[in-house]
Design a protein around this ligand. Sequence first.
Ligand code: GCU
Length: 138
Amino acid sequence: LAATDYQAEDALISQGTVASNHTGFTGTGFVDYTNVRGSYVEFTVSAASAGPASVTLRYANGTTADRPMDLSVNGTVVAPAVSFPATADWNTWAAKSVNVTLKAGSNKIRATATTANGGPNLDRVSLGTPTDTQAPTR
Ligand code: GCU
């Protein structure tokens, strides 16, 4: 599965705005989640075949507090309250990866803020080969 990028500014945004008032984003901007619980960004992504994939969210969090979000796939929360910890400032971006299972064809991946602070600033989602989370044994 070749990595494919989906820009947050092109996604479906509920309670958030497209912004470009910080540096280092890709595409034409990023999504600034409204500081409210339930704000979300939903990406429609395409999978060539059913199976596991990694979803990597590129984000910035210029505060000192975590900005957790629920990650859902096709309407089901598959990773609750994923941590999006501080990134030093709003111009500093970090990546958070979660392994999910996709169906063949179109899939909806949604990241929903779980606290009143809203989500972090979200630059994009990259879909790729599942990351190996288990240490190798020999
Ligand atoms: C600041 C920052 C925004 C950010 C916001 C927040 O206003 O400039 O980019 O989204 O804080 O707390 O979410």
